[in-house]
Write a protein that binds this ligand. Sequence first.
Ligand SMILES: [Ca+2]
Ligand SMILES: [Ca+2]
Length: 456
Amino acid sequence: MTISNKSALELSKQTPAKVNKINLALPLTLISSLLIVGCTTDSRSMLTSKSPSSTAQPQSQPQLSSPVAYTYGVRPFYLINDMDEGPLKEELQACRGQLPSKTDFSIAHRGAPLQLPEHTYDSYVASAQMGAGILECDVAFTNDGELVCRHAQNDLHTTTNILTTPLANQCTVPPILDAKGKLTNADSIECRTSDISAAQFKTLTGKMDAANKKATSISEYMNATAPWRTDLYSQNGKVLTLTEHIALARQLGMKHTPELKAPAVTMPFNGYRLNDYRQQLIDTYKAANVPASDVFAQSFNIEDLDYWIKNEPAYGANAVYLIDDSNETAKDKTFDKDDAATWKHSLADIKARGINTIAPALWLLVTNDGKGNMQPSEYAKQAKANGLKIITWSIERSGPLTDGGDWYYSGLSDAINNDGDMMNYIDVLAQDVGVQGIFSDWPATVSYYANCKGLK
Ligand SMILES: [Ca+2]
Ligand SMILES: [Ca+2]
C-alpha cells in the first residue's frame, strides 16, 4: 500500500471556502454551548447533517520539520534480557544492533499510553518514533457533531482534566461537593464528549487514564495513575479531533485505524443517526483525501461493518471486526476459545458477511497445551481456515506479568510468569497464529520483534 505524500500543510491550503464555514459555524457553536447549561441530555442542541470538522478552530499544529527519528528506547532490551533462556531470546539478542524502522506489523494502540496519555499529540508522536506504522484514533462525537479521539464517548472524567475546569458543570453526571467541599459521588461521575462542543473539547488537557472512584476530592480522584505507568509525560496533553489526527498521522508517515466507538447516548441524538455517525467517519477520511487502502476502520459492532461493506465497499473491504468475549459469546454460554459452541458467530459466518479482517483480543488466539506451552487456539485455527486476516490487541497494557498477567493473558498463567515472556507471546501470535499486526501500548516492543523477524 502506498501512503499519499500530500502534506497536512498542502491540505490546509486547499479549501478557502472552509474558512467562511468556520466563521459561520462559530455563533451556532456558542448558542449550542449556552443551551447546554442546565439542560438534560435529551434537550441538548446538536447540529446535524454537516460536513466533518467544520466547527473546530484551525489548530496551530506543531510542525515536524524532519522525518521521524526512529528509536527503540531501552524497553525491548530490558524485556529480552528478562526472557527465559532459549533460541528466541538468542535470536532477539542477535538483533540488538538493528536500526529501528517503521513497520505496519506494529500498530499504535491509542498512541503510546503505557507512559504517555492516550490520544494526545505527544503520545501519537512517540508511537511513530517507536516504529508503529499504523495509528489509532478511537472515535467519539461532540454535541456539535465533530469527531474527536477518545477511547470512549464517556471517559473525559478519567482521560482529561475536565473536572478541574468549568466544563465539569456540563457533565452528564457532574462532581458533587458537600457543604464542606468533600466530593460525594466519585463512583458515578460521567463526562461525555457529547456533553460539550468541539471548541470546548479542544480546551481540555489529556491525562493518563485513571480515576480513584473512592476519592473524596477532585485531586484525589484524578491522581490515580497505576504505579507501573507514569505521569512524567502528561504535561502538555494536547487532544485532537479526528481531522487533526489524520493530518498528524499523514505527517508522521503512518496509516490510519479509526475505531467507531459505541455511542453512550441513545441514538438518534438530536437527529444524528447511527448511520450518520458511521458515514461521517468515512467522509472525514475522504475529505482528507486518504486512500481507502490506508484506512482500517474498526468496530466491535458487527452492524457497523455491515454498513461500511454495503455503503462504502472500498473502506468496508479493509474494515476490522473487533472481537472479545463481550460481543462474540453465544447466548447463555461462557466464551471458550477452544469450543465453537460458545461463539456467537462462526468464523465462516463472519467471513460470509464480507468481513476480511478480524481483531480478536490476544488471549482468544492462544491456548495453553497443558504443559506450559502456548499454541494457536481453535478460534485462531478456524479464523485462518476461513481465510480471515487476523490482527490482535493489546500488548504492553497489563503491567508486570509476574502473577501471570491480567485479562489479556486469560488461561495462560502457566506459560506467562515474567515480563520477558511477552516476547514469546508475540512470537506465537506472529509465527504460529499468523497475525498480520499487533496493537500495543508501547510500540517499540512490537517494532523490535517485527524488525528482527523481517515483518513489514
Ligand atoms: Ca481502540
Ligand atoms: Ca517465564
